[in-house]
Design a protein around this ligand. Structure first.
Ligand SMILES: NC(=O)c1ccc[n+]([C@@H]2O[C@H](COP(=O)([O-])OP(=O)(O)OC[C@H]3O[C@@H](n4cnc5c(N)ncnc54)[C@H](OP(=O)(O)O)[C@@H]3O)[C@@H](O)[C@H]2O)c1
Length: 415
């Protein structure tokens, strides 16, 4: 039976305001917002000021409020709010991928101990219903791969660099249009996509990845010559979150990919997101939708609230049914690597070089590189390089040793 939901809302920014609006236009849901806690009481709001306070206790100590919706932009403050709400026996809906990626197992346990639901569909892919599909639709299908464009800001920037704008111009325009924050680090260095990948790996494979296990490299170091290379070859550069399962090993990273026209992400442009799920029985399926924005994101929050009417909770079936999985770092991957000089390019060890170019402004190489070599550098802060993965090129290298040859800076397979 449907139950009446009385909501205490934290945050009334882009998504919080959107939620208020979509709730008002939804007739089927028995849910109402009782109180809203924000940070700055002096800000002008679009609704009656009587709704607002800065006092979290007004929600957390109110017995009538049975659902806390957390839509704030501060993950540490969100941690305090969400843990208190769960302990107080309130269901929680959140869109805060950073909070959830950092504290996933703790929050899941807390929800279970207190017999309440903790839902977060909006935290990955905005309007795309990927978490619930992974939980419900694919619960009996063994998944081998999940990858996607999960950050709208960088996809917008890459759409523009693909059309000829420089990275700096595209970022500035994205900031002016409100697609990128003044400090774009989380988006352009791939952190935001990594938080989302943590959640995808949990629901796809039942694997809780540690933050430092997943390599995140963004698009800050993209140069005009990289965009030109892609354009001339009929390719595109897209920032993909990538997760794969090989036997009981899980590999995951966020990195730019150099993709061909037949790749699922090729025509996913601007702020759109797309996720491809590859399963044993159903093969590849693509989810496409708006990855951000007030109403699209609020629609996912609304869907979680609606699910609470029927006491819906994630069951983490894959965590229960799958054998123990381990993170794998012994693998190689094919990459395009450009550098500001041949000397710089030669400092990176490749297993095999497939194509190479040396010119006056820059040099590049396409070849196979061990992940351990990638891990050595903080690529986000290496202005002399830009690296992009060639799709579907991950191969396990366990048991194989490599030795660097002195002449070409290459690495030779020993066994
Ligand atoms: N925007 C999107 O398209 C999108 C998409 C997916 C997920 N999300 C996630 O949704 C959440 C909200 O994003 P947003 O874009 O709506 O952020 P936003 O527009 O910056 O709004 C943030 C809101 O949080 C409030 N706030 C900040 N600290 C607070 C605290 N300690 N206590 C109570 N309220 C506090 C702010 O109050 P004031 O109004 O008083 O400043 C503001 O109303 C974030 O976790 C974000 O990652 C956003």
């Amino acid at each position: 039976m449907k139950k009446q939901l009385t909501i205490g809302l934290f945050g009334f920014g882009c998504v919080g305001t959107g939620l208020y609006e979509v709730l008002n236009r939804t007739t089927l849901l028995q849910a109402s917002i009782k109180h809203i806690v924000i940070k700055d009481l002096s800000k002008k709001r679009i609704i009656d000021p009587g709704y607002f306070s800065t006092d979290a206790d007004r929600i957390l100590n109110d017995k009538e409020i049975n659902v806390v919706v957390e839509l704030i932009n501060d993950y540490e403050a969100a941690y305090a709010i969400v843990t208190r709400a769960l302990k107080a026996g309130k269901h929680v809906v959140s869109a805060n991928k950073k909070l959830i990626a950092y504290y996933l197992d703790e929050l899941v346990s807390l929800a279970k101990e207190n017999n309440v639901s903790f839902l977060y569909e909006a935290s990955v892919g905005g309007s795309i219903p990927i978490i619930r599909n992974l939980e419900e639709y694919y619960n009996n299908d063994s998944l081998s791969n999940i990858s996607g464009i999960v950050n709208g800001t960088t996809n917008y920037i890459l759409t523009k660099t693909g059309e000829g704008e420089s990275f700096d111009e595209a970022l500035k325009n994205a900031q002016e249009l409100g697609f990128a924050e003044l400090d774009p680090t989380s988006d352009v260095d791939g952190f935001d996509a990594k938080y989302k990948l943590v959640l995808l790996l949990k629901h796809a494979f039942g694997f809780t990845a540690k933050q430092d296990e997943l390599w995140n490299y963004g698009i800050r170091q993209l140069k005009d010559w990289d965009a030109t290379y892609a354009r001339e070859k009929g390719l595109k550069i897209k920032l993909l979150a990538y997760g794969t399962r090989i036997n009981n090993q899980v590999i995951g990273f966020v990195a730019p990919h150099l993709i061909p026209a037949n790749h699922f992400a090729f025509n996913v442009e601007n702020e759109f997101n797309a996720v491809v799920v590859e399963a044993l029985f159903s093969d590849k399926q693509l989810f496409l939708g708006k990855g951000a924005g007030s109403h699209p994101t609020a629609s996912a929050v609304l869907s979680d609230i609606s699910a609470l009417q029927f006491d819906y909770a994630y069951e983490y079936k894959k965590s229960k049914t799958e054998e123990a999985l381990a993170f794998e770092s012994d693998y190689s991957v094919k990459v395009y690597l450009s550098a500001t000089s041949q000397e710089k390019l030669d400092q990176v060890r490749f297993i095999e070089t497939l194509e190479t170019y040396s010119g006056p402004s820059h040099s590049y190489k396409i070849g196979i590189i061990p992940y351990e070599e990638i891990r050595k550098q903080d690529w986000n802060n290496e202005p002399d390089y830009f690296l992009a993965i060639i799709p579907d090129s991950v191969e396990l290298t366990k048991g194989i040793e490599f030795k660097e040859t002195e002449s070409a800076g290459l690495i030779e397979e020993l066994s």
